[in-house]
Design a protein around this ligand. Sequence first.
Ligand SMILES: [Zn+2]
Length: 743
Amino acid sequence: MKVRTFSPIFVIALVVSSFAVIWTPVGAEPSKAPIDLPIKAPLEVNVILAGFSSRDLGVTPAELEGLLSRLVRSEAVAYAGFFMEDPYVVALFDVELTVIEADARLNSEIRALFGRVSYDPAALPIDVRNSFVRYVSFVREYYGTTFAIRLNDRMTDIAALTLGLVSLTNRFLPQITDGYNIYLICGLPFTGNKFPVYFSAGQTVERGNGIGAVGMNLYGGIGTYRYVVLDICAIPNPFGNFAPKTEEDVEKYLPPALYRGPRDQIQAIAMYVDEIIDNLFVKSLIYVPRYQVTFLFDVVVIDMTTTGGGLQFIVSNFIPEIFESAMKWLMPYNFYTSRFHYRTIAEAAVMRQAISVHRGIQIIDVERAFTLAERTGLIPPAPSGVTRIPVLIFLSDADIYPSSPGTIGIAWPDLSDPRYPRGAVVGLNYRFVEREGLTLVTIHEAAHTLGLAHPHDDLDETDQEVIRPGKSKPQVKTRWVFSWAETAMSYADVPQVVNQRVIYPGAYPLRTYFSAFDLDAIDRAVVTLLLGYYLNYREEVMKKLKESGLRLEDIPEAEKLLREADKAAVNAVSLFRDHNYFDRFGFAGLGAQLETAFDYAWKALTDVIELYDNVEGARQAIESTRPLIRKLESEISDLRSTVESLKGRLDAATARAEQLQRSLSQEAQERQRIQQELELTKSDLTRARTELELTKNNLSAARSEVNTYLMLAAAGMVAAAGSAAFAIASRRGSRPRVLTSST
Ligand SMILES: [Zn+2]
């Protein structure tokens, strides 16, 4: 009975004590994250001299290396967020320049290559020939006839030259094949001392219209190869693309070889090298990219044309499938979907309110256009769970520009959160669409909304712009010469990318529409984003552990997960520092391979999310058991007090029993005494009875004596009176025996 009463308390006490072990506050500091953001990485840039040598500049290769290292920025910063007050720093690169002079064999191979990729203009497509005519007239006008007549009469395919230089590097300088390489060449010795003329040709994606550009001195961005070719002897043509065209632009980018002294020539070369690093190798992003979202592009064409245009025109000049595939290969780690809408201006008359006319030019008020389109349902409501980007395309018979004259398209910031875009607006004269199509323009604007900037625009950390007193930010620098980088983000007249595919050893060429530098910029930012999330989750895990008093070792798998996540983060940073950001060719799916910084950053994040879920689960389990524990605790406390009170009662009863015991034994003694007394009394009683009988007898005897006496007295009254008195008196004061004996 006693055991059964106490065993439940014992069990409960065990349960409570086992929880109490988990609840014990840890006290130890949470272990520190093994990485820091932003990532600091080396940027080894090889400058390969071909067609000339450092001696032509009056210095040794080592002296040239030293001079360039001093003149070129030593730290290059990749940012995201052109419109932010404090653009987000993606990574910091320590620039390490190496000057390599091509030896005689490499130089002669380059000369042979030059011959193979140079053509008689007559053999080139008409659009390229037309561009050549415009280039010659530019050179005549700005440099003079003597320069114009010294232009090479064969034109060199600069894309083919760059690819050829990549394979020559692989043969002659294999140690730098995968590096950031600038081929600093002077084409004069390869052209019989004529100014080299470079061209690039392509076709529109929709109808295969041939289009070409002529007159670049700089080119790069093909494939995963981070190569830029700069011909210091070629004359660049700022009028070969849409970038701002002023005489200052012409003066700023004179061919370095045309400067008078070697000092100025080296200075000019350094400016190019510095800007190649800032604009291409370490380029910034307009917007902070998003990771693993579903993008929904709502592309709305507003057809304002009366002469051209029409639905059939749009259908033959825009290929949605190519648009979607371009987005997918830009950021394969997100999901993409698009909706396409066509409205005539009669159906969308309200949009006229967003257009004003200045000197015959139509200008679109971009902010107003979005607001009107959203309000009137021209941009349909966005389903929940997607990141929707509206793209408004105004098609007109006349020139029409979003925001300002000369602008074809604009990726407009969300004014309430300038980290991200509100959408894109394109304004096109249908004649432009007829010539160049709509697909690439839409790809260009949509890629802006995902983050990409033009190759000719970049945030320049060495040139801070004061945005208000005491507050400055890196300035957006426009350098039109970089528009020649091969990407859909270029303003160049030619969408070179259309015919180009990304080349990677052993992999099937992939069409991305973007330069290696664009892809690097997006991938770097996404890897940094993932690592940022990893750090946030990790911090949350540590906070939760501390708050709930849990220890990692209390949760199965937790320590292992944290170790794995940390190891993956360290690997991600290390691969990032090797510029191994992401591999579009080897990518088999999220988590399907562990080869690049992206793969490891993704693993670090998913591991730490799993860890977070485990810790949160354990914390919630404790939270949900807490009321039960409290109830059990209060029951125990109740039972304890019951036991206490029972114990008190038992003690009291025992004391009382003892007392009773004591009084019982006293009583027994008393009884014995009484018994004895009783016995005594009994014998006394017997004796008394005997005496009583005796007395009775005596009395009776006496009575009869009295009777006798009376009878006698009746006979002789006086004589007997004396002796009777004597008899009574003696019975009172003396033993009856006297009387008896006297009887
Ligand atoms: Zn643009």
